[in-house]
Design a protein around this ligand. Structure first.
Ligand SMILES: [Mg+2]
Length: 168
């Protein structure tokens, strides 16, 4: 099945969709950011493919496993009435932890690997696409991927998205 290309809204997870409580991995610990669910709905309504890109070095550090991350993401999507199209996470860390996850990779932000993969796998065009993140590394990853990076510094996510889309 081929889909017509569409612009993408890439969203950092911790600090954008949910409060960044540090190595979040249990559904009972999720606190949604104000306006997060409405923002996803708004983006979907406006025709964006919505892709989460999140560094999860807690996997490399042995705090939780990849299955925990996937379970959390499935739960998050079930809480939304407009589904996120894809979740990508980087389980690596260049110097912390051990085993297969301790390595330099091309997916840990500020590397653009997760964004590039999302674009390739979900027919997302660079034009009109953007990433919303709460850290410099998010904005840098967006820059390297050739899309706009938008800083979210807290508050209501839907207000930011409404401003962003209204300006287009
Ligand atoms: Mg973040």
């Amino acid at each position: 099945m081929t889909r017509a290309p569409a612009p993408g809204a890439f969203l950092d997870r911790d600090g954008v969709l949910n409060v960044d409580s540090g190595y979040l991995h249990r559904v009972e610990d999720v606190v949604w950011i104000d306006g997060a669910k409405a923002a996803v709905r708004r983006l979907k309504t406006r025709g964006y493919r919505i892709v989460v890109v999140t560094n999860q070095a807690g996997v490399a550090r042995g705090f939780y496993g990849e299955d925990d991350v996937r379970r959390l993401h499935a739960w998050m999507n079930a809480q939304l009435d407009a589904a996120i199209d894809a979740f990508y996470f980087c389980p690596h860390h260049p110097s912390a932890g051990s085993g297969i996850y301790k390595r330099a990779c091309d997916c840990r932000k500020p590397a653009p690997g997760m964004i590039m993969r999302g674009m390739a796998e979900h027919a997302i065009m660079a034009a009109g696409s953007f990433l919303i993140g709460d850290r410099d590394t998010d904005i840098e990853a967006a820059r390297r991927a050739g899309i706009r990076g938008v800083r979210f510094d807290g508050g209501n996510l839907d207000d930011l998205v409404a401003d962003l889309l209204g300006a287009e």
